[in-house]
Design a protein around this ligand. Structure first.
Ligand code: S0N
Length: 305
């Protein structure tokens, strides 16, 4: 049994009044929890599950009083077993609209773009696409019974996105290839040793410990957290990642008097007055070996030889 870490209150979603595949809850102090509730299939996701998670993530993004998200699976047997193989059709996973999609890839991007920390709380299996879901989270707290691994090459699928390149950045190329080519399963302790999870705790303490981690994050500056998450993602996300990081900078600039002067002047049909905002800029540290004095001294020393 997993001991509750705090009191959870259901969050209604206006866009999706009835949630069938996930539970969406929050604490009074700003932690949201999204639980995949399909334990009979080890919390495998189908298109409806992904749709509900997407709406919950949008809600978490747009709700200032939500500061952090915990992603988990119902029960103790599985965090998530990946794509629901019974929903797999020709060219993707098929939902109510009959259109085959690989929608989990969009969910990965939404999770990385959320300017708030996402913690995976893992009990039991995190395999296949479920393993990638925890991988994409910012932090992972695993129970001692957690099991990690990729299954794609066994069931005829693969994730060449974050599931490959980001995995390799975390565990190294050789280990990532082993994980994919051999489809082995790894214990929580093995995953921790590989840098795949942050901590391993007794199953009973999983939620208590995860909430403890979450509350330590909540004590920190939300802007610093959002910027550091964007900066770390920018390294792997190219222009899209830089755009996210720059978006955080723009948000702060909009809040400044200098930024507001530009808009005000435009609306008042006058020239903007930016002079009061001229400020110190970052200056590079002078490279010591290249200073004129050092070069001269080196030239003299060589001339003597
Ligand atoms: C999780 C495993 C290891 C659990 O084993 P255990 O405890 O022995 O239980 P089982 O008896 O095997 O399972 C219990 C019941 O649950 C059903 N079930 C389990 N997993 C799934 C699943 N993924 N889909 C559908 N049903 C599942 C079992 O069938 C069983 O049902 P009953 O009781 O009726 O017999 C073990 O179950 C296991 O290995 N599961 C399969 C893991 C797997 O291979 N997952 C799929 C991997 N592929 C993906 O995830 C695709 C990823 C993806 O979505 C994607 C990738 C790249 C680009 C796009 C996409 C995209 O789709 O968007």
């Amino acid at each position: 049994m997993i001991r509750p870490g705090c009191i959870w209150h259901p969050i209604p979603l206006r866009a999706l009044p009835a949630l069938t595949d996930i539970r969406y809850e929050r604490t009074a102090d700003g932690i949201a929890k999204m639980t995949i509730c399909r334990p009979s299939v080890r919390n495998a996701f189908r298109p409806q599950t992904l749709r509900e998670l997407e709406h919950a993530l949008m809600h978490a993004r747009d709700t200032p009083s939500i500061r952090l998200v915990i992603l988990t699976g119902e029960g103790t047997l599985a965090f998530c077993s990946g794509g629901d193989q019974s929903a797999r059709g020709h060219g993707g996973y098929v939902g109510h609209d009959g259109i085959p999609r690989l929608a989990v890839l969009d969910l990965h991007i939404m999770m990385r773009r959320l300017p708030k920390v996402v913690i995976a709380m893992v009990a039991g299996y995190a395999v296949g696409g479920g393993h990638i879901l925890h991988l994409v989270c910012d932090l992972t707290v695993a129970a001692e019974n957690a099991v990690f691994g990729q299954t794609g090459p066994k069931v005829g699928s693969f994730d060449g996105g974050y599931g490959s390149s980001y995995l390799a950045r975390i565990v190294g190329q050789k280990k990532a290839r082993e994980i994919w080519f051999l489809c082995r399963q790894y214990s929580a302790e093995e995953a921790r040793a590989m840098g795949l999870v942050n901590t391993v705790v007794p199953l009973e303490e999983l939620e208590v410990e995860t909430v403890k981690w979450a509350r330590q994050v909540l004590e920190k500056s939300p802007t610093a957290i959002a910027c550091i998450k964007a900066a770390m993602n920018a390294d792997g996300d190219g222009h899209a990642g830089l755009s996210q990081l720059a978006g955080e900078a723009t948000r702060m600039f909009y809040q400044s008097e200098e930024g507001k002067e530009g808009k005000k002047a435009f609306l008042e049909k006058r020239k903007p007055q930016f002079v009061p905002y001229v400020q110190e800029t970052l200056r590079p540290t002078p490279p010591t070996v290249m200073t004129a004095g050092v070069v001269e001294e080196e030239t003299r020393r060589r001339a003597k030889l």
